[in-house]
Structure formats: C-alpha cells, structure tokens
Design a binder for this molecule. Structure first.
Ligand SMILES: NC(=O)c1ccc[n+]([C@@H]2O[C@H](COP(=O)([O-])OP(=O)(O)OC[C@H]3O[C@@H](n4cnc5c(N)ncnc54)[C@H](OP(=O)(O)O)[C@@H]3O)[C@@H](O)[C@H]2O)c1
Length: 224
C-alpha cells in the first residue's frame, strides 16, 4: 500500500463502543488511526489491538491545544458522547461544547473532513426515557446545526437505536428514514466506508438496519 492510499483518521471517543470498532476496522484496512480516550486501561486495550491513541479529555482541551493533536489528520470522526452519565452538565460539555471545540480545532489544523455521530431527532419517542433525554436530543440537534453551518466537508450520521447484536453487513442509509434499530458493528462499518468516500460531504444521513450491503448503501448516497 502506498502512502497516498492511507487515510489518517482521528477519532474523538476512540475507546467507545462505536469508536473502538471503527478504529479496529480502519487499522485492519491499513489506515493510520489516532484518537482520544480517557482512562489508562482503555489505552492498554487499544494498544493490544495495535491501535495508537492519545489519552485526553476533549472537554479539557481548547481549540489550539486540540489542533496540536490533529497534525496530518485527513478525517476527524466525533464518536464521543456523555452516554447518559453526568446529567445535563455532561451532555452540554461533551455532546455540545466539545463539538464546538472540535470544529475550531479542525479549522486551526486545516482538517477539512469531519464525520459526526449524531442521533435521530425523533429517537425513542413514546418510550420510557430519562429526565435528561429531551435535553440530549436538543443539544445533539444544535451540534448538527453548528456543523452544518460550517464550511467544512462535514457528514452527519444519525444512527437509530444502537444494539450490541452481531453486525449483519446490511443497512438502510438515506437522508430520511423511520427510526428503528441498528447494530454498533454496522454503524462502525458504515463510518469506515464514509471515511473512505470523500465524495459524500455536506450531507445528513440516517442509518438503520436494512437490506443493502454497507458499501453499496454508502455508494448510493454519492451525489452527481
Ligand atoms: N445509544 C443509542 O441508542 C444511540 C443512538 C444514536 C446515536 N448515539 C450516539 O452515538 C454515540 C456513540 O455511541 P457508543 O455506543 O459508542 O457510546 P459509548 O460506548 O458511550 O462511547 C462514547 C465514548 O465517548 C467517550 N467520551 C465521553 N466523554 C469524553 C470526553 N470528555 N473526552 C473524551 N472522550 C469522551 C467515552 O469515554 P469513557 O469510556 O471514558 O466514558 C466513550 O468511550 C453516543 O454517544 C450517542 O451520542 C447513541
């Protein structure tokens, strides 16, 4: 593989359930992966999978210090989230303000492409959700709006309710879908495909389990 075939990807939330799956897939593909994790044992787990990563808390970085970590990055993926822990303060800091910092860092470091893992705005309607769930949806939507207003080559990916079932390799991917479910394995595989498909940019894509092979589903969203 020549250097020009290698995509250099930085994943915020690299130790998360989706982030670590994505890092594994990209590493196996021969890409150069880095990303932010918080706890030492996560770094050890990633290293055991031959994944290099950087220990740090995105909420403690400002734009310039984060940009320092992004030298030579081609694609930034934001896959972090408060994950229901820490109430509205954590949601505001991670799902909200950290996206703002990531945008600033991308601009300062000259990274053009940013893929944001978001959520269906109507997710979990009618189900028993936590007190902070509406706040979480509102903050996620504001982050989507901020990214969509930027001049970056952004992609906003909105997965349906996540499951830990084994990946099926088959999804639906479209600007508008009915909210159902999707496995984290398939989300990570779709993200890996999007990372490698720069023709898709400035698009919001919703993702559920479906009938289409992942590569084909992504290819179909190329415009023009
Ligand atoms: N759950 C759903 O059904 C659903 C549906 C659609 C979209 N989503 C979105 O998908 C995202 C990823 O899902 P997932 O299953 O991969 O979640 P996850 O396993 O909770 O991963 C999120 C990662 O973000 C990291 N993180 C949190 N705060 C951070 C900080 N300040 N600095 C650096 N890293 C930080 C967490 O680190 P620690 O391990 O240290 O906590 C965790 O590893 C969610 O956060 C959510 O916004 C979820």
């Amino acid at each position: 593989m020549s250097d020009s075939d290698v995509t250099r990807v930085f994943i915020v939330g690299i130790a998360g359930a989706i982030g670590s799956r994505l890092a594994h897939l990209l590493t196996v593909d021969g890409d150069r992966v880095d990303g932010l994790y918080r706890r030492s044992e996560q770094g050890e787990r990633l290293a055991a999978d031959s994944i290099r990563a950087t220990q740090g808390d995105v909420t403690r970085l400002d734009g310039p210090s984060f940009a320092e970590l992004l030298k030579d990055t081609d694609v930034l993926v934001f896959a972090a989230g408060a994950g229901g822990k820490g109430g509205t303060t954590a949601i505001d800091a991670i799902d909200g303000a950290a996206v703002t910092t990531t945008l600033e860092a991308a601009r300062l470091a000259g990274v053009r492409r940013l893929v944001l893992v978001s959520v269906f705005p109507e997710a979990w309607r009618g189900l028993d959700v936590s007190d902070t769930f509406e706040h979480y949806i509102e903050v996620k939507k504001k982050a989507d709006a901020e990214l969509a207003a930027s001049d970056l080559d952004w992609v906003i990916l909105r997965p349906a309710a996540l499951t830990d079932d084994a990946g099926t390799g088959r999804i639906s991917l479209s600007p508008a879908l009915v909210h159902t479910r999707v496995t984290r394995d398939d989300v990570a595989a779709a993200l890996a495909e999007l990372v490698h498909t720069p023709q898709i940019h400035r698009q919001i894509l919703e993702l559920t389990q479906g009938q289409d092979h992942i590569a084909e589903a992504v290819r179909r969203q190329i415009r023009g």
